[in-house]
Design a protein around this ligand. Structure first.
Ligand code: FDA
Length: 392
């Protein structure tokens, strides 16, 4: 039986950060993970370069049943704090776009940094360890694992969400939370491509690989970033962002030409170049393949001179406010994160400790706090891990 001060379940972004902070305080800390390697999601993140934070990070970049829950932790461990750590380890980085900070070389630099901080602080990581049972018979937790029994005063749940199951992601944290009497907000795949059926699916399929700058909206929320057509629907940053807000059965709106008022542009083109084909004129606003397919799909044909204002308005409506209803998402198989999770109502926003079970903490993605695309989810993992690490 190993006796610990702090046992962290899950050696991902949040778990490692928490373990480092707790070990720095002199606590006897062990992190266990069932995977062969730690922090696999860091390794594959940001196309292998890890978008480790965002310089514009603020609570407005997060979704949660309680949008104020993340405020305290984000304030006490900021994007600048993480950047200082990155610079201390001489990891070179760059801003890609919209405040998103990436490693110049490899996401593995971030994993090495966390492991070396953990070692320096005196914490231990034990991989390939399956968790068999967890009890709290007295004031300590008893955890039986495939590598023997453990006891700990504090138990930190950092097992993430179920997105990308083939990388070892599980809903373990939700089951554990429920067993200890916590409410779990129904989880759902987020930052995920949207899928369509029938004609829209066929249209997307024909356009697979085409990308455009677009504004994608759901109700009052909009994102302007790239949009990518796929064989089954739509992807790209603007679509991934809106997937976190989209509600089943309802349409999204896509502006495929955010820079131009399509009606005004076509009207002017009709005046200056009446013999031009409507399709060719649309080609001035959109990639040619897209202009071709949309002209067919929306029956936009003929010379500009022959088009009434009504037709031009219809074309503009289709391009600036294309309404289409997804049938679903690509699901956990490809989702970057999971919406929902352990209800923040029963957690302290300062420490992430359960208000129901003393000594039990939930951090990172397992909690009902989900960031936008762009480095925000890692910033939540660092900040919530840091918050728990100060007290666990
Ligand atoms: P995380 O999932 O990182 O760690 C959980 C750990 O618990 C894992 O090591 C897992 O093996 C372990 N575990 C799970 N169940 C267990 C069990 N039953 N027993 C033992 N161990 C168990 N975010 C961002 O900000 N910038 C980015 O660039 C990206 N890019 C990105 C790409 C892709 C493809 C994905 C899937 C996700 C991203 N993300 C991202 C999101 C980001 O990876 C995610 O939000 C964090 O990794 C969450 O950190 P956690 O530590 O909470 O969970």
């Amino acid at each position: 039986m190993r006796d610990l001060d702090v046992l962290v379940l899950g050696g991902g972004a949040a778990g490692l950060m928490c373990a480092i902070e707790a070990a720095k305080r002199g606590r006897k800390v062990l992190v266990i993970d069932h995977a062969r390697n730690p922090a696999e999601k860091i390794r594959i993140s940001g196309g292998g370069r890890c978008n480790f934070t965002n310089i514009h990070c603020s609570p407005a970049n997060f979704l949660s049943r309680n949008p104020r829950f993340c405020v305290s932790a984000l304030k006490r461990y900021t994007q600048q704090d993480f950047l200082k750590l990155v610079e201390k380890h001489r990891i070179s980085w760059h801003e890609k776009t919209l405040g998103q900070l990436f490693c110049d070389n490899s996401a593995k630099d971030i994993i090495r940094m966390l492991l070396s901080e953990l070692e320096a602080a005196g914490g231990t990581l034990q991989l390939e360890t399956d968790i068999k049972a967890i009890e709290k018979p007295d004031d300590r937790f008893s955890v039986s694992t495939s590598k023997g029994p453990l006891r700990a005063a504090s138990l930190v749940v950092a097992t993430g969400g179920p997105s990308i199951p083939k990388m070892g992601a599980t809903g373990f944290g939700y089951d554990l939370a429920k067993r200890f009497g916590h409410n779990v907000i129904a989880p759902r795949a987020a930052l995920v491509p949207l899928t369509f059926s029938d004609t829209n699916k066929e249209l997307c399929g024909r356009l697979a690989g085409v990308s455009v700058d677009a504004i994608v909206s759901f109700q009052k929320t909009s994102f302007r970033e790239g949009l990518l057509f796929t064989h089954r629907g739509l992807s790209g940053p603007s679509v991934l962002q809106i997937s976190s807000y989209w509600q089943e059965g309802k349409p999204i709106s896509v502006n495929l030409s955010p820079e131009a008022d399509v009606f005004e542009t076509l009207r002017q083109a009709r005046q200056e170049n009446p013999k031009q084909d409507l399709k060719t004129a649309l080609g001035g606003l959109l990639p040619n393949r897209l202009a071709d397919e949309l002209s067919q799909a929306f029956a936009l044909k003929g010379r500009l001179a022959d088009q009434s204002d009504k037709v031009l308005r219809r074309a503009a409506e289709q391009l600036n406010r294309w309404q289409l209803t997804p049938v679903g998402t690509e699901g956990y198989r490809t989702a970057e994160v999971t919406l929902g999770g352990v209800d923040t109502k029963e957690l302290s926003s300062k420490t992430m400790e359960s208000t129901k079970v003393p000594g039990l903490y939930f951090i990172g993605e397992v909690v009902d706090v989900t960031g936008h695309l762009g480095g925000f989810n890692f910033q939540w993992a660092w900040a919530s891990g840091h918050a728990a690490g100060q007290v666990a």
